[in-house]
Design a protein around this ligand. Structure first.
Ligand code: IVH
Length: 691
């Protein structure tokens, strides 16, 4: 451990942390920006380790400018580079049993032995991104992506937010060790993340691998922290002392240090057992919570590993046996057009049902018109479909030789298939859009769902299914209609499976949302790219609906003061400004918005005057079901008073507000000695705060 002793008091620790932060900043600059380090790597590491040790002992004192909280010496717009002490290499592939046997024979030949029945460890090969974690004196010092194998990006602050990675190793440990593993996102988390991306007006990720990479490589570690990343550890880089004599023993040590190690990892012997394991994994693959693209087999004995060494960029002692791609051949029967909430028209392939990797596929995404042209896909074609990243089926190629005479070329629609409005594709855009806005029933239906959803108005009992049914029955057409439902309580009560109580409950839930914070109102409109963050920015900037409305109408004119004002709001920028201008340029959108506003009481945004509130600067967690405040509203209220609202109770939490049935978070708060208050107490606190 560190030779310096830890400060004994908070004041001494705070002073020491301030000194170290300044010192490390100086060394970071000297190293990364001036290429003129003043200290050796080892001295630098020692200062950083000291900083981390104090932070571990006094977590409440971690400074925002602490080196553990940011990307060391990151040049503007990028990450700092970190050199791997031992290169991060890749693996050779095998695609069938024969190639696997050749791998075993090569290794046997190299070692001068006949027997190919090596003791091995098999590990599912996850498709994520590999990282290398450096521990010095048992403390996580830095983390780097693979990069080009020699130098990667410094993602230390981000890695600290990932599950399954200890910040401190328990004894015994070598003074210095690199642990390597794969960072990934589970399939279910990937789907949830993409819903959130779309709601926030961001582009969804193409597959879990991209989502994991995009989430880890964020310059702001708080974004990474909000993403459900995990890591399985599976390899060792440099170590100052041996940790085990077999790879299996090493995995056991990793588990003892509290790393997540894939529980499917198995010891086995030789090609015959590998073959059986490969087959088993192939069958279990689609049922796993994460994507795998094969199995990695490693010769278990570390002595043999070091004798075998590397050839080129890959070890002689390991091989990745890849699964064949999950593909199938079928017929493209038709191309449908799906209309999204923001009017994007997406071509969707209608396929003759076919099994692909254990899942029945009848639809595939065609992404956009250009993709159809590029791959020359025609209706009637026999096509090869593939489950990309095990999630969304896509069309890989066309079997042109099987093309029937009557195959039809796809013609992009000039009108929206749902409302008949013009469909236009603007220069520079890949997507064609329906211009019908809120008069397009397809868009309106999606917008109604969005408005009622948890993230926006949060109307209880008005979920996606109910909205669709009410639209079908003609009870909902426009956004404002939601707030006219209370006049139709009788009509609701006589619906199939409904009754007076469900009708009453829905009416009650709707009435509760007639008073709505301004930012929720903006968010509820479902304007493209206006998610929670941008809605908040707009509400704070324009403060009232009336003001925003008139400014947005003025901003429709390109070059107007209102437009430049809008574009200049921090983080809004020209693209989003255009999106808003487009929405307001369409009189039907404005009419629909006004009709909605007429049903509501929109509360002006309160601008950050909350510096002195009882909640300013505090980290607050809500748990359990609140009775008088909806979650989004409670969150907004706390934020308006200067608090930061988070989901998990940690040592950094200052206050936990509990509703009914609070559960584990309340217990955790009690364990950590964090102040817990009721909803009523929270309201009282908010009411007495000068915000
Ligand atoms: S060992 C020198 N083990 O596959 C050996 N790699 O194709 C280094 N991967 O870059 C890698 N699961 O990103 C190893 N259980 C596993 C793995 C694994 C996934 C990835 C890793 C590596 C790539 C090589």
């Amino acid at each position: 451990m560190n030779t310096r002793s830890l400060p004994q008091t908070e004041a001494a620790a705070a002073a020491e942390l301030a000194r170290l932060a300044a010192l490390l900043q100086r060394h970071d600059r000297a190293y990364h920006e001036q290429d003129a380090p003043e200290v050796t790597d080892a001295e630098y590491d020692a200062i950083r380790a000291e900083n981390n040790a104090i932070e571990a002992a006094f977590p409440s004192l971690i400074r925002p400018d602490s080196p553990s909280m940011r990307v060391g010496g990151a040049p503007a717009g990028g990450f700092a580079q970190l050199r791997h002490r031992m290169p991060m290499l890749s693996l050779d592939n095998a695609f069938d049993a024969e190639e696997f046997i050749e791998f075993a024979e090569r290794a046997a030949r190299f070692l001068g032995r006949k027997d190919v029945d090596f003791a091995m460890v098999a590990e599912p090969k996850i498709d994520g991104l590999s990282v290398s974690l450096t521990y010095h004196d048992g403390q996580l010092l830095h983390a780097a992506t693979r990069g080009d194998g020699t130098t990667g990006e410094d993602v230390t602050a981000n890695i600290r937010t990932v599950a399954g990675i200890p910040h401190m190793l328990t004894k015994p440990f070598p003074a210095r060790i690199e642990v390597r593993g794969e960072v990934f996102i589970a399939k279910a988390d990937f789907l949830t993340l993409n819903v959130a991306q779309e709601e926030a007006g961001q582009r969804p990720f193409a597959n879990p691998r991209n989502a994991a990479a995009g989430s880890l490589r964020q310059l702001d570690f708080r974004i990474t922290r909000s993403r459900p990343l995990r890591m399985f550890a599976y390899a060792m880089g440099e170590a100052s002392a041996p940790v085990a004599s077999t790879h299996w023993g090493y995995l056991g040590q990793l588990k003892a240090w509290k790393f997540s190690v894939n529980p499917l990892s198995t010891q086995l012997q030789g090609p015959a057992e590998a073959d059986a394991f490969q087959e088993r994994m192939g069958l279990e693959r689609s049922g796993l919570g994460y994507d795998i693209d094969g199995v990695v087999y490693k010769i278990d004995d570390l002595g043999l590993q070091s004798r075998l060494g590397f050839v080129g960029r890959a070890p002689r002692w390991a091989i990745a046996w890849k699964f064949p791609a999950q593909q199938a051949t079928t017929v493209l029967e038709d191309i449908l057009i799906q209309v999204g909430r923001t009017g994007a028209l997406t071509p969707v392939a209608v396929l003759t049902a076919v099994g692909v990797g254990g899942v029945l596929v009848t639809r595939a995404t065609l992404h956009n018109e250009d993709e159809i042209t590029r791959k020359d896909i025609r209706i009637g074609d026999t096509v090869v479909v593939q489950r990309a990243g095990d999630v969304i089926p896509q069309i890989v190629s066309v079997k042109v030789e099987l093309r029937p005479d009557n195959a039809r070329v796809f013609v992009p629609p000039e009108r929206c298939p749902v409302c008949g409005s013009h469909a236009v594709r603007l220069p520079g855009e890949v997507v064609r859009r329906c211009t019908g806005g809120l008069i397009c029933p397809a868009q309106t239906e999606e917008r109604l769902i969005h408005l009622a959803s948890r993230g926006a108005f949060d109307i209880e009992g008005l979920g996606e299914k109910t909205v669709r049914e009410l639209v079908t029955d003609g009870l909902l057409k426009t956004l404002a209609d939601i707030f006219r439902l209370p006049d139709k309580e009788m009509a609701l009560a006589v619906r199939e499976h409904w009754g007076p109580i469900s009708a009453r409950n829905l009416v009650h839930a709707i009435e509760q949302r007639r008073d709505i914070p301004f930012e929720r109102f903006i968010l509820g409109l479902g304007i493209r790219r206006i998610g929670e963050v941008n809605a908040k920015l707009l509400a704070r900037h324009y403060t009232s609906f009336a003001n925003w409305r008139s400014q947005m109408l003025a901003a429709v004119a390109i070059g107007s003061d209102a437009r430049s004002d809008l574009g200049a709001i921090l983080r809004i920028g020209p693209t989003i400004a255009n999106e808003l201008a487009e929405f307001f340029a369409e009189p039907r959108n404005v009419a629909s918005m006004d009709a909605l506003a007429a049903e509501l009481r929109i509360a002006d945004a309160v601008v950050d005057t909350a510096v002195n509130s009882a909640l300013s600067g505090k980290t607050v967690v809500f748990t359990g079901s609140l009775e008088t405040l909806a979650r989004p509203e409670a969150k907004a209220l706390a934020e308006r008073l200067g608090a930061k609202v988070t989901d998990a109770v940690t040592r950094k939490t200052d206050l936990v507000v509990i509703g009914a049935d609070p559960g584990s978070k309340a217990r955790k708060a009690a364990e950590l000695g964090i102040r817990v208050i009721t909803e009523a107490e929270f309201r009282a606190l908010a009411a007495t705060s000068p915000a």
